[in-house]
Design a protein around this ligand. Structure first.
Ligand SMILES: [Zn+2]
Length: 114
């Protein structure tokens, strides 16, 4: 297990070990990153990595984790993006008596094709 010097946004330069680091390879875009749990604050830090940095980490024994962008990103979007006012209106509507029961009945109607 080798020592890795890294930088945490909150703690600055820290030393960790290869077993606390992982190389992240996005199969969709080919982008590389690495992440580690900061030994000082215990938060996970993720940073972009060049091919050279990723290669050095992998050669030192850091595991590679492959991941893909979620398929939902490819779904067609309709309507306007949700804005702050929409969230406030949604929040207020949830406080109305019977809101949850109404939503459940609507969903059940959709399931039955009503
Ligand atoms: Zn930290």
């Amino acid at each position: 297990m080798a020592t890795v010097r890294a930088s945490c946004p909150g703690c600055g330069d820290v030393e960790t070990t290869t077993d606390a680091v992982q190389v992240l390879r996005c199969e969709t875009t080919g982008s590389l990153a690495y992440s580690f749990v900061c030994p000082e604050c215990r938060l996970r830090v993720a940073k972009e990595a060049t091919e050279r940095v990723a290669s050095i980490l992998v050669d030192a024994g850091v595991p590679v984790v492959d991941w893909e962008l979620p398929a939902e990103l490819e779904e067609p979007k309709v309507g306007y993006p949700i804005c702050h006012d929409d969230l406030l209106a949604f929040h207020a509507s949830m406080a109305e008596p019977g809101w949850l029961e109404l939503q459940v009945s609507v969903l059940r109607g959709v399931e039955r094709g009503i």
